[in-house]
Design a protein around this ligand. Structure first.
Ligand SMILES: NC(=O)c1ccc[n+]([C@@H]2O[C@H](COP(=O)([O-])OP(=O)(O)OC[C@H]3O[C@@H](n4cnc5c(N)ncnc54)[C@H](O)[C@@H]3O)[C@@H](O)[C@H]2O)c1
Length: 325
C-alpha cells in the first residue's frame, strides 16, 4: 500500500445514479480510499456500481452502516432526502450530501439541528467553491463593495425521470441554479430579499410541470442588487455562471474560467471544472481522516443557507410575492 501508515478510508454510497458514479470514480482515484458499500432503492443500480469498484451492494442504509464505513455519501434525488441522513447521523458517521439537500426546508432544518447536536462532520456537493478561480475572485473583491450581481443557468432538462416534476426536484432554481446562488452568496454575501417570476410554461418534456424559464431579482445585505435567470428549454448546456460588478471591476465566473476587467484591460484565467469535482471529495476525505474540518468549504449548515435562498426564489416565483430570506 502506498503510504503504509495510512489506513484506507472506507466509504458507503446511498444512491447509485449519475452523481454517485462520479463520486465513485473520483474517490477511487484518491490515495487510500476504498468504496466499501453501495445501496440504492434500485438493487440493480447498486449492484452495477458496486461491482465496478469491488464494493458490496447492500439492501439498505442500515446494512451499509453495519459494514463499519468511515463515511457515507447520500446521492439521492431531492425528494428522497431525510431517512438516509437520519440513520447516518444517528450512527455518528461523517456525511457527504449532494445538493439540493432536500426538497423543502423542514427536513433540511431538522437534519441541520441533528448534525449540530451530534457534531457530525458534513460536506455538501457545492464543488464550485473549490475552484481556484473562485478564490481569485474573492481576493479581488476583498477590498471592494459589490454593486451588481447577474447569474444565469441556461441548460437542458437533465435526463433523469424525476427532474421535470416540481414535487420531485423542487424545480430548476432549487435543483440546478442553486450552484449559482451558492456562488453569489460566497462572493457577494447574504441575500435578504427576493422577487421572481416563472414563465408558467414547462419545458417540452413529457409530464413536465416546472417553469421552463425563471427570472429573479435579489437584494444583498451589503447593498448590491442582482438577478438570476434560469432556463431548461435548451437541448444543451448554454452557460452557467455569475457576473459580479464592483466600482471599477467586472468579473465573470464560470466553471471554465474567470474574466477580470478593469479600466486597464481584460485578463482571463482558465479553469478546469474537474479539479473542483476532485477537490470537494479530497477535502471531505482529508477531514474524515484527520478530524480537521477546516478544508471543507460547504458543510451542511452552510448549504442550508443556500437552499433557503433557492427555496425563497422558488416561492417568490410561485406566489408572485416578494420574499424576505
Ligand atoms: N454537485 C453536482 O455537480 C451534481 C451533479 C449531478 C447531480 N447532482 C445532484 O445529485 C442528486 C442525484 O442526481 P443524479 O443525477 O445522481 O440522479 P439519478 O436519478 O441518476 O440517481 C439517483 C439514484 O438514487 C436512487 N434513489 C432514489 N431514492 C433513493 C433512496 N431513498 N435511497 C437510495 N437510493 C435512492 C435512484 O434509484 C437512483 O439510482 C440530485 O440532487 C442532483 O442535483 C449534483
Amino acid at each position: 500500500m502506498a503510504g503504509g501508515w495510512m489506513t484506507a478510508v472506507r466509504i458507503g454510497l446511498v444512491g447509485a445514479g449519475g452523481v454517485a458514479q462520479r463520486h465513485a470514480q473520483v474517490l477511487s482515484g484518491l490515495p487510500e480510499v476504498q468504496l466499501a458499500a453501495v445501496t440504492d432503492v434500485d438493487p440493480a443500480a447498486a449492484e452495477k456500481l458496486a461491482s465496478a469498484y469491488g464494493a458490496r451492494a447492500l439492501p439498505d442504509v442500515t446494512a451499509v452502516l453495519s459494514e463499519g464505513v468511515d463515511a457515507v455519501y447520500v446521492c439521492v434525488p431531492p425528494f428522497a432526502h431525510g431517512p438516509a441522513e437520519r440513520e447516518v447521523i444517528a450512527a455518528g458517521v461523517p456525511l457527504f450530501v449532494e445538493k439540493p439537500i432536500a426538497l423543502d426546508r423542514d427536513i433540511a432544518v431538522a437534519l441541520a439541528a441533528d448534525i449540530a447536536e451530534r457534531k457530525i462532520l458534513t460536506a455538501v456537493g457545492h464543488h464550485w467553491r473549490y475552484l481556484a478561480i473562485v478564490d481569485k475572485a474573492r481576493e479581488l473583491l476583498a477590498d471592494r463593495e459589490v454593486r451588481l450581481v447577474t447569474g444565469a443557468w441556461l441548460d437542458k432538462v437533465p435526463p433523469v425521470g424525476w427532474w421535470p416534476h416540481r414535487d420531485r426536484s423542487g424545480g430548476p432554481v432549487v435543483e440546478q441554479a442553486a450552484h449559482v446562488l451558492d456562488l453569489a452568496r460566497h462572493l457577494a454575501g447574504e441575500v435578504t430579499q427576493v422577487s421572481a417570476m416563472g414563465s408558467g410554461i414547462p419545458p417540452a418534456v413529457e409530464g413536465a410541470d416546472i417553469d421552463g424559464s425563471t427570472v429573479a431579482t435579489l437584494r444583498f445585505a451589503g447593498g448590491a442588487v442582482g438577478t438570476l435567470a434560469a432556463t431548461c428549454v435548451l437541448g444543451w448546456k448554454e452557460r452557467a455562471g455569475l457576473e459580479i460588478y464592483a466600482d471599477g471591476l467586472a468579473l465573470s465566473v464560470t466553471e471554465d474560467g474567470l474574466t477580470i476587467r478593469t479600466k486597464d484591460g481584460v485578463t482571463t484565467v482558465d479553469s478546469d471544472p474537474a479539479s473542483a469535482r476532485v477537490a470537494v471529495d479530497a477535502a471531505f476525505v482529508a477531514a474524515v481522516r484527520s478530524g480537521d474540518r477546516s478544508g471543507i468549504r460547504v458543510p451542511y449548515a452552510e448549504a442550508l443557507r443556500t437552499h433557503t435562498l433557492a427555496l425563497a426564489v422558488a416561492s417568490a416565483a410561485a406566489t408572485g410575492r416578494t420574499v424576505d430570506v
